[in-house]
Design a protein around this ligand. Structure first.
Ligand SMILES: C[S@@+](CC[C@H](N)C(=O)[O-])C[C@H]1O[C@@H](n2cnc3c(N)ncnc32)[C@H](O)[C@@H]1O
Length: 307
């Protein structure tokens, strides 16, 4: 949506709904609507219009966020909002960010999310927690579950050692293609390998990691979980069953509070000091300061002593 169309659209809706509100018998296409509903539509449309006109300071009132909420069903099935914003991001990056400049590409993605369209990246605030964890782990082989548009992978690639390789697993091939375009533009397309699949796809992706990408026992230093929240724990167990983690490997999990991964959090609580040591980082959900979130950074202590 162009810069002014959301502002004009919301203003038009607020004008029409307020006219209906003061009409004696409010009717649209022959149907009568309760005044309470019209008052609510007027209030929301006015708030969205005012927010758009003054430069979108309130994330939740931005048309892009409202449109995101309308797209939640599509998101649940396809992991894209459904209005082409993921492809629009890749176009925006290629036209606005300096080629082969990873800092600038990350900056431009954040700018797109704050000023154009909201996206479910880890974001700039939690991204800094991720950066610090990667630096501290000094990893050689990293695995990410949930690529989306490649933002977190860029942040990881920026701070991982020069000889490290990040493998990123993505369920939706269209998202993988968007991410690859952005990584290539940033000049890190060769340091990140995207694999379309899931760890739960009956062994296909696990086999590819083992046989094509040489994942072997004790060789995985860092894992970032940022995909389907109900799959955090099953996928961690799949990784543990392969024996890829070593004592000292770090697993980070985003969105543990919002939207929430309670079983994963409970598992880490129960394992505290036995097989895992966990730090809970308090933060906010991406690109706003109202909804709180938690990022868990868990260090593997190896198998239990009696195993
Ligand atoms: C929250 S987004 C990831 C955001 C990304 N890590 C970032 O910060 O830039 C979640 C992504 O996980 C993908 N996904 C969902 N379920 C998955 C699964 N079981 N395995 C791999 N990817 C999955 C979705 O298609 C979506 O692109």
């Amino acid at each position: 949506m162009s810069k002014f169309s959301a502002a004009f659209g919301a203003s038009a809706v607020s004008v029409v709904s307020s006219i209906l509100l003061i009409a004696r018998r409010p009717r649209v296409l022959g149907r009568r609507y309760p005044r309470l509903l019209l008052a609510a539509v007027t209030a929301v449309a006015l708030a969205v219009a005012a927010n758009e006109w003054v430069g979108k300071p309130v994330m939740f009132l931005r048309w892009s966020y409202v449109r995101f909420l309308f797209g939640l069903r599509h998101m649940g099935a396809h992991w894209q909002v459904g209005d082409g914003r993921e492809e629009a991001l890749a176009d925006y990056v290629c036209t606005h960010a300096r080629r082969n400049d990873i800092d600038d590409v990350i900056r431009v993605i954040d700018e797109f999310c704050y000023t154009k369209s909201y996206l479910i990246n880890v974001g700039d605030e939690k991204g800094q927690i991720l950066d610090r964890a990667v630096v501290g782990a000094r990893p050689s082989r990293l695995l990410e579950l949930g690529t989306y548009c490649g933002y977190s992978a860029l942040r990881i690639a920026r701070v991982m050692p020069d000889d490290a390789v990040l493998y990123s697993i993505e369920f939706n091939p269209a998202n993988a293609a968007v991410a690859q375009r952005i990584w290539d533009h940033a000049g890190v397309g060769e340091r990140i390998v995207v694999i379309v699949g899931t760890l739960g796809d009956h062994g296909k992706t696990l086999t590819a990691l083992r046989e094509t990408h040489n994942f072997a026992p004790g060789t995985l230093d860092f894992v970032f979980l940022d995909h389907e929240k109900d799959e955090y724990l099953p996928d961690l167990h799949r990784i543990l069953d392969q024996g890829w983690l070593r004592s000292g490997s770090v697993v980070m999990a985003d969105n543990v509070k919002y939207p929430g991964a309670p079983e994963y959090r409970e598992f880490m609580r129960c394992q505290e000091g036995a097989t895992w040591r966990t730090r809970e980082h308090r933060s906010h959900a991406e690109y706003q300061k109202i909804i709180k979130d938690l990022v868990l950074e868990s260090t593997h202590l190896g198998p239990p002593a009696n195993a």
